[in-house]
Design a protein around this ligand. Structure first.
Ligand SMILES: [Mn+2]
Length: 350
């Protein structure tokens, strides 16, 4: 066991052993993640791919779409392939990272057949354990943190390259170690990675700064649309179809929670006319994954999403009606106003 192995209290030993056997048995692995892959998915795929090559395995990262250029500083980013077809390649050993269900890999699912064998690495609480092996823990900050525990448990050498990739996933999903999925173990793993000599401030700048001018202007548009509902407890923002030409920034939703007294933040992104991607964030008290699930979506308690069709006003009305049912009764201190919320807790990606 390596000196700096950090135990994950929630780690299930049979699951770890099954994951290990899966990796030892295969010779060639395709790693993939969800549509609109983020720092956790891309970082986790690249890290585990590199670690498997240490074991003499062949690995490929295949994503539903071209990887976000935000992560082009990660070693191996340029080798990431985007799925193309039909005809779709038929994959053997597949590692699915950061997906609660197989539907989340979008077009990559067409590359799976009855002969495909899947290792499922994920930290979503609603994970369906769809793999032949499942390395799943909702107690982990990120799927990348689970890659760390797996690699450490297998005695693999986590060098600065892998450390940078894993740290990127953890940093992204915890919003810079601020969100509710940040645990003592998360910080211990981050410290172990930092000891590899990775460039902490550079990574933070790449993940959270480094935006295009147009993206920052777009953020301004979203904030301009900010409106409060349900007695100031819900903040809603929207970006219309025309506003999304320069990208679809999901993290914008977090700005709604900056407002004192807001318990739930909503962002509607109209990616096609009258087709909205909905992002939900909450402080303690409202489980937005339940609200998203009512509309066919899902996610984490503090961060979730779904899709809705219709006019923006109607969609917003439906969401507000659903949220109103789940808002807890206000405590007297909250009625008193200022200082109602000391903790701004939101989870990371969905
Ligand atoms: Mn994640």
């Amino acid at each position: 066991m390596k000196r700096d192995l950090v135990a994950n209290d929630d780690a299930n030993l049979p699951d770890l052993q099954a994951a290990r056997r899966f990796l030892e048995d295969g010779e060639e692995f395709t790693l993939t993640s969800h549509v609109n892959s983020d720092g956790d998915g891309i970082g986790g795929c690249l890290a585990l791919g590199g670690l498997l090559r240490q074991m003499g395995k062949r690995t490929f990262v295949l994503l539903p779409e071209a990887p976000d250029t935000r992560y082009d500083f990660l070693d191996g980013w340029e080798t990431v392939r985007q799925v193309e077809g039909p005809p779709f390649p038929q994959l053997g050993h597949v590692i699915v990272i950061d997906c609660p269900s197989l539907a989340r890999i979008g077009p990559v699912e067409a590359c799976l057949s009855s002969g495909s064998r899947i290792l499922n690495i994920d930290h979503h609480p609603d994970n369906r354990r769809f793999g032949q092996a499942n390395w799943v823990s909702a107690a982990a900050s990120s799927s990348s943190e689970l890659v760390y525990h797996l690699a450490a448990g297998m005695g693999l050498e986590i060098d600065a390259v892998a450390a940078t990739q894993i740290y990127t996933g953890m940093l992204f999903d915890t919003g810079g170690f601020r969100f509710s999925l940040t645990t003592p173990t998360t910080l211990e793993v981050a410290a172990a990675l930092a000891h590899r000599g990775i460039r902490l401030h550079d990574i933070a700048d790449r993940v959270f700064g480094n935006k295009n001018f147009s993206e920052v202007k777009q953020l301004g548009k979203a904030i301009e649309s900010l409106a409060l509902h349900l007695d100031g407890r819900v903040a809603a923002m929207q970006l219309g179809y025309e506003d999304l030409r320069t990208g679809e920034p999901e993290e914008v939703v977090n700005y709604g929670l900056l407002v004192k007294g807001v318990e739930v933040a909503i962002l509607l992104r109209e990616h096609e006319p009258n087709q909205h991607r909905v992002s939900l964030r909450s402080r303690d008290g409202v489980d937005v994954s339940r609200i998203a699930a009512r509309f066919g979506g899902g996610g984490h308690a503090r961060a979730a999403g779904c899709r809705l069709a219709g006019r923006r006003e109607d969609v917003e009305g439906e969401l507000l009606a659903a949220i109103a049912k789940d808002l807890p009764a206000r405590s007297p201190e909250i009625r008193g106003g200022a200082g109602a919320h000391s903790k701004g807790e939101v989870a990371g990606c969905i």
